[in-house]
Design a protein around this ligand. Structure first.
Ligand code: NAP
Length: 256
């Protein structure tokens, strides 16, 4: 899809990957509708002409406001980037029920609810792309982020299912699987400090690099974007040698 002139909703756009997507898509000539809780953050990110809607995406009224205001302002929605998400560094068997539910509300239920609101507009125009931000942790489980990985597996399954459901309606879906991206994600995650190996910067990419991968993915109608692409190698090894990879990850987690 050519991005110039397209109307793009970005959730979780006040910082990190979402803010970088706003900048990247604006440079390509998109018209932006940005949402997150922090109004100050959104104002910092939004350029001229961007629409901002501050609020918690776990609230249906906020989600409706984002979609209604976007239609009112721009008359259409071409691309939805479902990016807002949170992490949790707590062993799954110890994670408090309310924290697990809260994480699923943000990472899965709010994302699905945005699809529910946006898909009818895209179907009516027989055009549109839904981009769901998952994680490499949604391709193989990271034991320091088990519950988070579960939420991202759900995002992956949803994205693939939607692609088949909406196929004849002209609506495309794309799954994004970032690896380790240097943002405030780890600091803002619920729970303990992640293991040292995750805090290292060896494999990290910038949010700008991830956003550029997402933009290119939309342009070439990709099904899945691994960012960085070397992540596919890790996925392949995990598929081919699951036992070996599990032991290695458990060691990295300090649980083997
Ligand atoms: P981040 O820097 O913490 O940004 C998260 C964004 O989501 C912020 O703009 C935050 O804004 C927004 N947000 C969180 N909860 C929200 C809510 N309830 N309602 C509305 N907005 C909400 O994290 P990031 O690294 O950019 O992560 C973006 C996405 O990439 C997430 O889905 C994450 O799971 C995924 N990801 C990240 C990494 C990584 O290494 N960083 C790796 C794989 C996948 P407010 O606080 O202003 O609401």
């Amino acid at each position: 899809m050519r991005i110039e002139g397209k109307v793009v909703i970005v959730t979780g756009a006040s910082e990190g990957i979402g803010a970088a997507c706003a900048a990247e898509f604006a440079r390509s000539g998109a018209r932006l509708s940005l949402c997150a809780r922090s109004e100050d953050g959104l104002r910092r990110v939004a350029g001229d002409g961007a629409l901002i809607t501050a609020g918690d995406l776990t609230d249906e009224a906020v989600r409706r406001r984002v979609v209604d205001r976007t239609i009112e302002r721009f008359g259409a929605i071409d691309i939805l980037i479902n990016n807002a998400g949170v992490g949790m560094y707590i062993p799954s068997w110890q994670a408090p029920e309310e924290e697990v539910r809260r994480l699923m509300e943000v990472n899965f239920f709010a994302l699905l609810a945005m699809v529910r609101l946006v898909a009818p507009h895209m179907r009516a125009r027989h055009s549109g792309t839904i981009v769901n931000v998952g994680s490499i942790g949604g391709k193989f489980v990271l034991p320091w982020l088990t519950v988070y990985s579960a939420s991202k597996y759900a995002v992956g399954a949803l994205t693939e299912g939607l692609r088949m459901e909406l196929r004849r309606d002209g609506v495309r879906t794309m799954l994004v699987c970032p690896g380790y991206v240097t943002t405030e994600f780890q600091r803002r995650a619920v729970g303990e400090i992640p293991p040292q190996v995750v805090r290292g910067r060896r494999f990290a990419i910038t949010a700008a690099r991830c956003a550029a991968d997402i933009r290119r993915g939309v342009e070439r109608d990709a099904r899945t974007v691994m960012s960085p692409p070397i992540g596919w190698l890790a996925v392949a090894v995990a598929r081919l040698l699951p036992r070996v990879v599990e032991v290695r990850l458990a060691r990295m987690n300090g649980t083997a």
